[in-house]
Design a protein around this ligand. Structure first.
Ligand SMILES: C[S@@+](CC[C@H](N)C(=O)[O-])C[C@H]1O[C@@H](n2cnc3c(N)ncnc32)[C@H](O)[C@@H]1O
Length: 283
């Protein structure tokens, strides 16, 4: 059987053709099959792989050479300090989305009460669950304060199952709703809406190699990528809602001027702030 050292060396060599981080990918795969923290696996480690570990490691190496993202191999992705379960039915949480959570969390802390949160297009649930967690921690010291509430919604039943699993893992009591945007959702009591909806325009020169393993339903939208975001904003404008409802949307920075003017037409007195990939809208 190969040792950890020889497996790491040969796998790193193989992955050089397909990955920008071949050694790290090899370490993560080896750590995953041997149940060890990958950071501790050393290039000189002379421990031998067991046959069953070698079989699994070889299979995962093969998947990685086919450009399957590491997160879909290990079913884990770190986001905002938590490890989320992911599978091929959900988008892999992105680092830029952490800023949306940070901005929404900052806003939540300015509210007199814990907010009722709605995460539309929740996927793995990473936004809503992280926001709930940080909001809860911020006010947990105070007595007799009602906990925040969280509704996670998605058009995909399979994505909702993943969100449910993550809520259970984080011990968060959330509600789940299968809905095409707000079709089946009443927002009367909602204080904060977060939404990282599909915004990729198919005509963009996007890095198709890794995205091809992620669900198209999570990525693409028509009308320059803005169709679904605009539908959500329109639905919000047509529903009874709280006066200072806050909406946090993710989109590409190049789409922000269009989102800003669309929002301004629907809600002339809204306060709109753009921060990289995030549009913060306070009605
Ligand atoms: C870009 S992914 C984001 C997932 C997650 N919020 C995140 O940030 O990682 C978009 C999600 O929106 C969902 N979605 C797409 N169209 C939708 C619609 N019309 N109504 C509700 N959810 C939708 C997809 O199923 C997918 O889970």
């Amino acid at each position: 059987m190969p040792t950890f050292a020889t497996w790491l060396k040969s796998s790193t060599q193989i992955l050089k053709a397909v990955s920008a981080s071949p050694h790290l990918d090899a370490q993560i795969i080896l750590g995953f099959v041997t149940h060890q923290p990958y950071e501790k696996l050393l290039i000189r480690d002379q421990t031998s792989l067991k046959f069953s570990q070698l079989l699994r490691a070889t299979y995962y190496l093969h998947l990685r050479t086919r450009l399957v993202p590491i997160a879909y191999i290990t079913h884990r992705k770190k986001f905002h300090g938590h490890t989320f379960y992911v599978n091929k039915h959900v988008l892999i949480p992105r680092p830029e989305t952490e800023n949306l959570v940070a901005l929404a969390s900052k806003h939540a802390k300015t509210l007199p009460k814990n907010p009722n949160i709605l995460d539309v297009g929740c996927g793995s649930g990473c936004i809503g669950l992280s926001l709930y967690y940080s909001t809860l921690n911020a006010k947990s010291q105070e007595q007799n304060i009602k906990s925040p509430s969280l509704l996670l919604s998605d058009i995909s039943e399979k994505a909702l199952k993943v969100a449910h699993k993550n809520a259970k893992k984080l011990k968060i009591k959330a509600d789940f709703r299968k809905s095409n945007l707000l079709n089946r959702i009443n927002i009367e009591n909602i204080d904060i809406i977060t939404a990282n909806l599909p915004y990729v325009n198919k005509n963009w020169n996007w890095n198709s190699k890794s995205l091809k393993h992620e669900p198209p339903l999570a990525l693409f939208a028509r009308k320059n990528g803005l169709e679904i975001i605009e539908k959500l904003l329109t639905q919000i404008s047509q529903k009874p809602r709280k006066t200072h409802l806050a909406i946090f949307l993710e989109a590409d920075p190049s789409q922000m001027p269009a989102i800003k003017s669309f929002t301004h037409n629907l809600f002339p007195s809204a306060k709109i702030t753009i921060d990289n990939f995030v549009a913060q809208i306070i009605l």
